[in-house]
Write a protein that binds this ligand. Structure first.
Ligand code: C2E
Ligand code: MG
Ligand code: MG
Ligand code: MG
Length: 292
């Protein structure tokens, strides 16, 4: 009986394993062709200023419309693309596409806001990254201040000396820089104070339970104070409720991004949101805003 069970388990295990290997293979061959077949798409999530309620920027988030598997989220294919060395071309596509979109919104009079894009660690340490950036900015053409790059905290701290060097070149180019997922890496404050960046994005994991968990509130507070003393703005990620929003606003957070205001949207829907100049429903925040 035990032997049989063992065999069944083994069989189940190998089937499962085969299924996984096949899916990975399908993803791999698919990824190699996705660019030529135009299967990638950018969704855009607005970021909102907490004192004016206005949209201040939009973040471009990649989606893969797989012909058989449907829409695939970045966390399921970006790591594979990095492993396969395909992230260079995908990253270049994201850069082109988001710059083109920003210019299109500006030209159509929809909005003239910075678009922020997520940069993979592999792109960030690439020798010609700055050259590529300046070429795309020139070709679009796009005012560099309308482009913001998001670098995760853990990436920026991997080789902080090199990060400082690259960040200085980015600053010289005139693009903006945000430190993404802040609080999940291991920031070295000695380096942090030397990073020429504009914005810190407080990771969603602290925002999620901020209403019930005093530790999360304490950490969020510490991040906000530190950022402000370095003259940086703070954007809270993943704000889903008015209670989270009110608490963050009370503690001096500058901006927020999250489902409470809007999920990431396909281009047409984001265009509509920007056109109607939607703002945060400030009345729900009550008197809190008045005192800031
Ligand atoms: P991220 O840059 O931290 O992006 C924020 C993620 O949180 C997005 O997931 C967004 O959809 C999600 N989010 C926003 N608001 C809320 C909320 O209120 N609640 C919840 N539960 N989630 C919210 P997404 O689009 O799946 O992207 C995941 C990660 O994939 C991104 O994290 C980023 O690190 C990476 N990524 C996305 N696009 C690109 C890209 O073009 N290139 C590279 N290299 N990485 C990308
Ligand atoms: Mg991001
Ligand atoms: Mg983030
Ligand atoms: Mg994140």
């Amino acid at each position: 009986r035990a032997k049989e069970l063992g065999r069944d388990n083994f069989q189940f295990y190998t089937e499962e394993l085969h299924a996984r290997i096949n899916e990975r293979l399908a993803m791999e061959t698919g990824l190699r062709r996705a660019l030529e077949h135009d299967e990638f798409e950018l969704h855009y999530q607005p970021r909102v200023d907490l004192s004016s309620g206005k949209v201040t920027a939009v973040e471009a988030l990649i989606r893969w419309n797989h012909p058989e598997l449907g829409q695939i989220e970045p966390l399921r294919f970006v790591p594979l693309a990095e492993e396969l060395g395909l992230i260079h071309r995908i990253g270049e596509w994201v850069l082109h596409e988001s710059c083109r979109q920003q210019a299109a919104w500006q030209k159509a009079g929809v909005a003239d806001l910075p678009v922020s894009i997520n940069i993979s660690g592999i792109q960030f340490v690439q020798k010609d990254f700055i050259k590529l950036l300046s070429r795309v900015l020139r070709e679009t053409p796009l005012d560099p201040s309308r482009l913001e790059l998001e670098i995760t905290e853990s990436l920026s701290m991997q080789d902080p000396e090199n990060s400082i060097r690259v960040l200085r070149e980015l600053k010289a180019l005139g693009v903006r820089v945000a430190i993404d997922d802040f609080g999940t890496g291991y920031s070295n404050l000695h380096f942090m104070k030397q990073f020429p960046v504009d914005i810190i994005k407080l990771d969603r994991s602290f925002v999620q339970d901020i209403v019930r968990n005093p530790e999360d509130l304490a950490i969020s507070n510490a991040v906000i104070s530190m950022a402000h003393s370095l003259h940086l703005k703070v954007t809270a990620e993943g704000v889903e409720s008015v209670a989270q929003l009110a608490l963050l606003a009370d503690h001096g957070c500058d901006e927020m991004q999250g489902y409470y205001f809007s999920p990431p949207l396909p281009m047409e829907q984001c265009t509509a949101l920007l056109r109607e100049s939607r703002t945060l429903p400030m009345e729900k925040l009550g008197r809190r805003q008045v005192n800031r």
